[in-house]
Design a protein around this ligand. Structure first.
Ligand SMILES: *Cc1c(COP(=O)(O)O)cnc(C)c1O
Length: 295
C-alpha cells in the first residue's frame, strides 16, 4: 500500500504554555485516506502469519463503523489475501460507508445478531475454515502489539517524557509500552466506560519485566464508547478551528480532551514533553449527519 508521509504537528496553545509543557501530535491519520492510523500497524504481522501458514483469507469481527473492518479489507487485498468480516447486527437497509468501502475492497460480509456476536468462539466454530486466519476484534493479540510497537519507530521519540494514546482493546498501548524507554511514561485514555479489565488485557501482551510500565485513565469516555455529547462535538470543532487538528468522535477526541484536562489540573510537571498518537480512525465521524463537524 502507498502511504503518505507521517508527520508531527506541534500544538501551540495557551493551556500548554501556562504550564510550561509541550505537546506534539504524531499524525497517523495522514497515512492513508481510508486505512488511517494504528489498524494498519496492528495488522502487519497477522498478514505475514497468514502467508507463512498458507492461509488464503483473513477473517475478523467488527461493527458497521469499524475502523478495523475497513483496515482489514484493504490490507488483506493489498497483501493478495481474501477477507471476511463478521459484522455485528442485521444487515442494514442502507450500508454504512465503512461497509460499502469494505465490500468494494472485496471483503465478504457476514451479518450476525448482536446475541451471536457476543459468542465469538462459537462463531469461529460455525464458520470454521482451515484456509482462514482468524484475527481478534480490533486486532487484539501479541502480533498486533508487535506491529503497533513500530509506530514509535516512524519518528525520533527520544525527547518525549510522555506518550499518550487512545485505548480500545489495549493492543496499541501494549505496542507503545514495548517500544518506549523506561524513562517515558505511557498513558492510555480508555474510550469505554468502566472497562476495568483493560490493564490486565494490556499486561497479557507484555513480558513480565515491563508489565507495570503504563497507566490507563478510565474517566474520559464522556458518556461511553462511541457517545458524543454536544460539548464533545464543540470541542472537536474548536480543536479543528484552533489547531487544524481533525479528531474522531470515538477515540482521538477523548484523548485530546483528556490531555487538556490533565494539563489544566497540573498533572504534567513543568518541562514535560508530550507525544500524543493521533491513531487515525476517522470512520466513526461518518456516522454523523453532514455539517455537524467543521471538517
Ligand atoms: C482501534 C482504534 C484505537 C484503539 O486501539 P486498540 O489497539 O484497540 O487499543 C484507538 N484509536 C483509533 C483511532 C482506533 O481506530
Amino acid at each position: 500500500m502507498n502511504f503518505n508521509a507521517i508527520n508531527i504537528q506541534t500544538i501551540k496553545a495557551e493551556w500548554l504554555q501556562q504550564k510550561e509543557i509541550s505537546l506534539d501530535v504524531l499524525r497517523l491519520d495522514k497515512m492513508h485516506d481510508v486505512v488511517s492510523g494504528n489498524k494498519w500497524f496492528k495488522l502487519k504481522y497477522y498478514l505475514q502469519q497468514a502467508k507463512a501458514n498458507n492461509k488464503t483469507t483473513i477473517a475478523t469481527f467488527g461493527g458497521a463503523w469499524s475502523n478495523h473492518i475497513i483496515a482489514t479489507a484493504f490490507a488483506a487485498k493489498e497483501a493478495g489475501l481474501k477477507s471476511v468480516g463478521i459484522i455485528r447486527g442485521e444487515k442494514p437497509a442502507m450500508l454504512s460507508e465503512t461497509l460499502q468501502l469494505a465490500l468494494n475492497a472485496k471483503m465478504q460480509l457476514i451479518y450476525v445478531t448482536r446475541e451471536q456476536y457476543q459468542h465469538k468462539e462459537n462463531l469461529m466454530k460455525v464458520f470454521a475454515n482451515e484456509d482462514w486466519l482468524w484475527v481478534n476484534e480490533g486486532g487484539y493479540g501479541a502480533l498486533g502489539a508487535k506491529g503497533a510497537a513500530e509506530i514509535l519507530t516512524t519518528i525520533d521519540t527520544s525527547r518525549y517524557t510522555h506518550v499518550i494514546a487512545a485505548v480500545g482493546t489495549g493492543t496499541m498501548l501494549a505496542g507503545l509500552v514495548l517500544s518506549s524507554t523506561n524513562r517515558q511514561q505511557v498513558i492510555g485514555i480508555s474510550s469505554m466506560k468502566g472497562n476495568l479489565v483493560l490493564e490486565e488485557q494490556v499486561q497479557k501482551l507484555l513480558p513480565a519485566s515491563i508489565k507495570e510500565n503504563f497507566t490507563i485513565f478510565h474517566e474520559y469516555h464522556l458518556g461511553g464508547y462511541g457517545k458524543h455529547p454536544a460539548h464533545l462535538i464543540d470541542f472537536i470543532n474548536d480543536s479543528y478551528n484552533k489547531y487544524q487538528l481533525p479528531l474522531d468522535i470515538v477515540y482521538t477526541s477523548k484523548t485530546f480532551f483528556a490531555i487538556k484536562d490533565l494539563a489544566e489540573k497540573t498533572f504534567f510537571k513543568t518541562a514535560s514533553k508530550i507525544l500524543m498518537i493521533h491513531s487515525g480512525g476517522m470512520q466513526g465521524n461518518k456516522s454523523l449527519p453532514p455539517q455537524v463537524l467543521a471538517f
